[in-house]
Design a protein around this ligand. Structure first.
Ligand code: RP5
Length: 174
């Protein structure tokens, strides 16, 4: 059977970003959303990054998730060249521990938004959830999967609460 066409493009500035950005891929796989994933850099492969963004819609992508660290301009550059929604993931790794990437990603000029999530792997996970929520606007089955995921999460958190007295007792013994 032919593999479905990707609807999300996951980009990262370097392969060193993969451990964090894999969390986005993991979430998308959980929702059965098809993505493609590649390394492109706003600074080190500017022409390829621009070409990717310009061709994204024609290739059937519905949105782009872009993660980068340091002077993180990848999401912004992609957003400048497509009207598809762009989710930016600021990544830590520099001496400024992601605060630099956060500000570079989030402070876009009016008219060229980047939906910026939190720093690092946690942000990458949320990028996956946000991407799924956007796609679910026109995909009823995906919407149901999102709702199921929320219910599962609620149950897990409530179950954690139930385990607290036993955990507390163990801690207080020390
Ligand atoms: C950024 O520089 C990348 O997104 C990465 O977070 C950081 C370091 O890149 P490498 O030196 O590991 O290639 O552009």
């Amino acid at each position: 059977m032919a593999r479905a066409r990707p609807v999300v493009g996951i980009l990262m500035g370097s392969d060193s970003d993969l451990p964090a950005m894999a969390e986005c891929a993991r979430v998308l796989e959980g929702y059965r959303v098809v993505y493609d994933i590649r390394v492109l850099s706003a600074h080190r492969t500017p022409e390829q990054a621009t070409a990717f963004a310009r061709g994204a819609e024609a290739r059937g992508l519905k949105l782009v998730v872009a993660g980068a660290g340091g002077s993180a301009h990848l999401a912004g550059v992609v957003a400048a060249h497509t009207t598809l929604p762009v989710i930016g993931v600021p990544l830590a790794g520099s001496p400024l521990q992601g605060f630099d990437s956060l500000l570079s990603t989030v402070q876009m000029p009016p008219g060229i938004p980047v939906a910026t999530v939190g720093v690092g792997p946690m942000g990458a996970k949320n990028a996956g959830h946000l991407a799924a929520a956007i796609l679910a606007l026109s995909d009823r089955a995906l919407r149901e999967r999102l709702k199921r995921q929320r219910r599962r999460m609620t149950e897990e958190v409530l179950a954690k609460g139930k385990g607290l007295p036993a955990k507390l007792k163990e801690l207080l013994k020390k």
